[in-house]
Design a protein around this ligand. Structure first.
Ligand SMILES: Nc1ncnc2c1ncn2[C@@H]1O[C@H](COP(=O)(O)OP(=O)(O)OP(=O)(O)O)[C@@H](O)[C@H]1O
Ligand SMILES: [Mg+2]
Length: 286
């Protein structure tokens, strides 16, 4: 476990090979939502992610987690700094980065199958080049037999499975997941976490996963990053050593308990910290 103030113990995998993803000195300044001021969402955000790593990000609400993910997705441009994938700067969204959002964001008038293949179709991929893969993916996520159903006929967990199948259809190198299981009940979340580990074992994408649930982060991840409150930067970077795929016994292991406590303290101390940096933002907005 490391505190980023001391990088001597920095995670081995991220240092041993060229990172898949690299955030370097990312600052993101938004015009505030009322248009009258500015919000510094990220400040000096640095993070390297190794190929095939699963990295979860936890942190107080509003600390810039989605902003970091959106910059990597290419939906937002940083105000300063560079985000690279395989050393190349991100300029726009791309099929190499699949995104799964908290809300399923499926088209209600399209069937499950049509939702999954829509992106491929829009990019002009021939049907024979995506059809079998889409059916196989729907099978992998447990939706065989539901191909012709419409989103309203599915539970929340099933709709998230459709989103995941859709994201995986492009065979993305990187899967970006923003609180993908946040709206699901506890039992379904556990099932989805196991499903995600199974899919990872099969496709080996690099995964960046945002959650408020430290236990969820530890269950699925190779590393968990805790962010400071806004403006967000990396506060704590811990490695989870237990072998993947993990089972529920991991939840009662000493490694899980120790890391869980460490991360909860790191995040809560930010949530409960005095408002100094937020006050600075308000000053800046004047
Ligand atoms: N498009 C935008 N325009 C203006 N401000 C924004 C925009 N997107 C985010 N912000 C602001 O940037 C800050 C960080 O927002 P962000 O959504 O990244 O936080 P978050 O860590 O994902 O929060 P949560 O845990 O609640 O999802 C917040 O103060 C938010 O209001
Ligand atoms: Mg968010």
């Amino acid at each position: 476990m490391i505190d980023v103030a001391d990088r001597r113990d920095a995670p081995a995998a991220a240092e041993a090979e060229a990172p898949k993803v690299s955030f370097r000195g990312i600052t993101k300044l938004y015009a505030s939502r009322d248009g009258r001021g500015r919000t510094l969402a990220l400040d000096s955000f640095d993070l390297d992610i190794a190929p095939g790593e699963i990295v979860s990000i936890v942190g107080p609400t509003g600390c810039g987690k989605s902003t970091a993910l959106n910059v990597l997705a290419g939906f937002e441009q940083p105000s300063q700094g560079r985000v690279t994938v395989d050393g190349a700067p991100i300029e726009a969204p791309g099929a190499d980065r699949g995104v799964v959002f908290q809300q399923p964001s499926l088209f209600p008038w399209l069937s499950v199958f049509a939702n999954v293949v829509l992106g491929a179709k829009c990019r002009g991929v021939a049907r024979q080049d995506y059809e079998q893969q889409a059916l196989r993916l729907l099978d992998e996520v447990g939706l065989k037999g539901f191909e012709s159903h419409f989103p309203y006929q599915l539970s929340g967990g099933m709709q998230q499975r459709v989103q995941i199948a859709r994201a995986l259809l492009n065979q993305p190198d990187i899967l970006l997941m923003d609180e993908p299981f946040g709206a699901l009940d506890y039992q379904t979340r556990l099932l989805m976490q196991k499903l995600l580990l199974r899919l990872w074992a099969h496709f080996r994408p690099t995964i960046v996963f945002i959650t408020h649930d430290v236990g969820e982060a530890l269950f699925i991840s190779d590393r968990v990053i805790a962010m400071t409150k806004r403006p967000g930067r990396v506060k704590l970077d811990v490695r989870v050593h237990a072998d993947k795929p993990r089972d529920y016994e991991f939840l009662s292991s000493s490694e899980f308990k120790e890391l869980e406590r460490e991360l909860i303290v790191a995040v809560q101390s930010e949530v409960e910290a005095p408002e100094d940096r937020l006050t600075q933002n308000a000053e800046e907005a004047k």
